[in-house]
Design a protein around this ligand. Structure first.
Ligand code: MG
Length: 388
């Protein structure tokens, strides 16, 4: 069920209508943060997070924060395109009711096709305002409870097998309970990587792998069969996203559960993958779905079809991952978290928000709204534009 608060206000006959909370100002910032080490996947190497922050001000005195981390080769957006498109979206949202998240989502869809990364930043800020206005932590506003333990994995970047094995050993020694491994190149090399990693960390600690679309279907099946004895929890996006019609056969034959990531962006993708019986799990990222409003619909579709969910992200800071954590508490069907990227930042610009303990266990703020913000001290030095 979609939570009643997420149904457009004009479709809620039995819900007392709150006075509108009008958006009066939209501030957009470019936020660039250095990573401790380059993040390497089969789609490329990143040395910085290049994110966009959206701050919405309302006539009720409530402000909302959102953030996105566009990824050129996955959602076709960059910090620069987001900075421009955010101005289109911002102009359209001025004087709109921030509490009508469904209505604002419709408005954003009418402005521009796709661009789900920047749309997710607006969606997050709208949810921050609405939950704050309701006096509830966001997870509660979404119909969830803070009653399950969220544990993040930590990712091993793609590299030579010896380096990956030593990285995995260090992650385990640091206390993390789950390891994620980036693969997706030559399958003999990928097999060698996984053998070396298992030698280094033993067979017990859960390991999930991610090919980021790097294999063809035949190679994927060969490798997944060879990896089966290595106790792999699941494999994300084995083949190119455009080749999703080949996923059902691969799923049928694979000894390892398949998780759709790049091929599962929004609720329409989720429905199609279910219709095709193409995967066992979804990886939901707010930056792919266009935000929480659509992600809740993915969660509903998944729950109705026994598909469990991992929540992940791109290179967002703790602010966007705080939104992701609230979302993760909103459905019992969300069972895995991949929230490690804020731990890879040299600087942490976020006030409040989720906290990580040494075992990768995440605590979610119990205050109204998102419970995370960027300080004015941080924002004032960033390139920015305001829309009134
Ligand atoms: Mg992935």
């Amino acid at each position: 069920m979609i939570h009643p608060k997420l149904i457009p206000i004009f479709h809620q006959p039995f819900v007392a209508m709150s006075p509108a909370v009008l958006i009066t100002k939209v501030e957009i910032y470019k936020s660039r943060i250095v990573l401790k080490e380059p993040f390497k996947i089969s789609l490329g190497i990143l040395t910085h997070a290049e994110n966009v922050i959206v701050k919405l001000t309302t006539d009720a005195g409530i402000t909302g924060f959102g953030e996105c981390s566009p990824f050129l080769t996955i959602n076709g957006e960059s910090m620069d395109t987001c900075f421009i498109v955010a101005q289109y979206l911002g102009k359209t949202l001025i004087n709109k009711n921030a509490l009508d998240i469904a209505g604002c989502t419709v408005v954003m869809e009418k402005v521009i096709y796709a661009n789900n990364s920047i749309k997710s930043a607006f969606d997050m800020a709208l949810h921050d305002i609405a939950a704050h206005h309701a006096g509830q932590p966001l997870y509660e506003f979404l119909g969830g409870t803070n009653s399950k333990t969220l544990i993040t994995d930590y990712t091993v970047s793609i590299d030579d097998p010896a380096k990956m094995a030593s990285d995995a050993a260090r992650i385990k020694a640091n206390g993390f309970q789950v390891i994620k491994v980036k693969l997706g190149q030559r399958i003999d090399l990928d097999l060698e990587r996984m053998r070396r990693i298992r030698e280094a960390v033993g067979m017990e600690i859960p390991i999930r792998i991610d090919a980021n679309q790097g294999w063809d279907p035949q190679s994927a099946l060969t490798l997944l069969n060879n990896l089966a004895p290595l106790n792999i929890q699941h494999c994300e996006e084995p083949i190119p996203r455009w080749n999703f019609m080949a996923l059902p056969e691969l799923k049928k034959k694979s000894p390892i559960r398949l998780m759709a990531d790049e091929s599962c962006c929004d609720q329409h993708d989720a429905r199609r993958l279910i219709d095709l019986d193409a995967c066992d799990l979804f990886n939901v990222k707010l930056g792919k779905s266009g935000g929480i409003f659509n992600a809740m619909q993915i969660a509903e579709i998944a729950e109705n079809h026994n598909i469990s969910i991992q929540v992940g992200g791109f290179l967002e800071s703790r602010l966007a991952f705080t939104a992701a954590a609230h979302f993760a508490l909103a459905s019992d069907n969300i069972i895995y978290c991949d929230f490690d990227t804020p731990l890879m930042f040299v600087d942490d610009p976020v006030s409040g928000g989720i906290e990580y303990d040494r075992q990768g266990v995440i605590s979610v703020p119990e205050i109204a709204g998102l419970g995370a913000s960027f300080s004015e001290d941080y924002l004032q030095d960033l390139e920015s534009v305001s829309v009134y």
